[in-house]
Design a protein around this ligand. Structure first.
Ligand SMILES: CC(C)(COP(=O)(O)OP(=O)(O)OC[C@H]1O[C@@H](n2cnc3c(N)ncnc32)[C@H](O)[C@@H]1OP(=O)(O)O)[C@@H](O)C(=O)NCCC(=O)NCCS
Length: 334
């Protein structure tokens, strides 16, 4: 048996930004009148670090927003920005990709917002203000608090926009360093994902199968930690990546390699890797995915009382689960 070593999946991020707190211009010019609350794009590095510390103290309610701010403070490889209702006291934090990043209005994957609020009224005011959300685009809004979806739905309905919501279980590990050490099966080799694996991930991901999802997965592989197990020919048989908001996923084991403990090992290793980088170790699991729920619980992940809300505007239809896919070249079991 070989000893598993944790590989560093992502290099330090280049290109730190140095911009200041600034009002959102379109809000100041809003047609919604003087009652429109002023919102700030928080982009000063020292203020973003302060925000990160405050959000950390409020985990796990702040998981997705904290993960995104952490990513911004590590070099912001996916060009996210932070909106707050006021500073230094804030009642709402909304993260979104910078406008110039979402060049394609139909790119639901890149166009991901995360939200945390302390005051539902302030959240309503921010979301309803011109300029906070581009309602003309496809998007996903992620949040963990009751009310996140209701407020969004309320505002969307007033605009004649239809949203969908998917609820997941949220799992969070309070101390990944306490997870047991992993011993690897000698028939597989531990590695991190490579961009050349994006096609395989895209084929197997339930939300994948199109060019936008392929590009998104390639970006995850390029910028964020991941782990995988390679067979003797060097092809991935099991993998798990991580998202710009710090959550673990998507994870997958090829059907012919399941029930050998592979995802258990990778989940353990990635949780530790993210923890070492200062991210919380967490993820979301579909309510009907019993194997993944059992796996999380066996490993000491705690199911959170709060559900994870994925609020979707114009989602692509999800693929049916791939139960018996034809093996990718070279991945067939011996
Ligand atoms: C869920 C999935 C990743 C598990 O991968 P895996 O490599 O087979 O997982 P492991 O072998 O490490 O098994 C982990 C646990 O799940 C159980 N398990 C795995 N597959 C199972 C199945 N089909 N039915 C019941 N239990 C199952 C194992 O018995 C094990 O339980 P234990 O810890 O009590 O022994 C894999 O089935 C898969 O890729 N499914 C489709 C994609 C998916 O659901 N991804 C996760 C999204 S959150």
């Amino acid at each position: 048996m070989q000893q598993a070593s944790i590989q560093q999946g992502a290099a330090p991020y280049p290109g730190r930004e140095t911009v200041q707190v600034s009002p959102v211009p379109s809000l100041l010019e809003s047609a919604e009148g003087p009652s429109t609350p002023q919102m700030l794009i928080l982009s000063c590095p020292s203020k973003l670090r302060l925000l990160e510390g405050t959000l950390r103290r409020r985990l796990p309610n702040t998981l997705q927003v904290y993960g995104t701010v952490k990513t911004i403070n590590r070099g912001n490889p996916t060009a996210q920005e932070v909106l707050v209702d006021s500073w230094p006291e804030f009642k709402v934090v909304l993260t979104r990709p910078r406008r110039e990043v979402v060049s394609d209005d139909s790119d639901l994957y890149t166009n991901t917002y995360t939200v945390y609020y302390q005051d539902l009224g302030a959240y309503h005011a921010m979301l309803g203000s011109a300029g906070a959300v581009n309602w003309g685009q496809n998007f996903r809004i992620l949040g963990l608090q009751d009310g996140v979806y209701e407020v969004c739905k309320d505002i969307a309905e007033a605009k004649g926009i239809k949203l969908e919501v998917v609820r997941y279980f949220t799992y969070f590990h309070p101390d990944p360093s306490s997870m047991p050490e992993i011993r690897l099966d000698p028939t597989v080799r531990l590695s991190s994902l490579d961009v050349s694996h994006a096609d395989l991930l895209n084929e197997m991901w339930q939300l994948g199968g199109n060019e936008k999802s392929r590009k998104y997965l390639a970006s995850l592989i390029r910028h964020f930690p991941s782990v995988c197990l390679l067979d003797a020919a060097g092809h991935p048989v099991s993998w798990i990546a991580s998202y710009p908001f710090g959550a673990m996923g998507p994870g997958y084991t090829l059907p012919q390699h399941r029930r050998r403990g592979y995802m258990g090992m990778l989940n353990n290793l990635l949780a530790k890797q993210l923890h070492a980088l200062g991210y919380p170790s967490y993820g979301y699991v579909a309510m009907e995915n019993d194997p993944m729920q059992r796996l999380q619980e066996t490993q000491g992940f705690q199911r959170q009382p709060n559900l994870w809300y994925f609020i979707l505007h114009n989602p692509a239809p999800a693929k049916a689960p791939t139960l018996t896919p034809s093996p990718a070249p070279g991945t067939a079991p011996p």
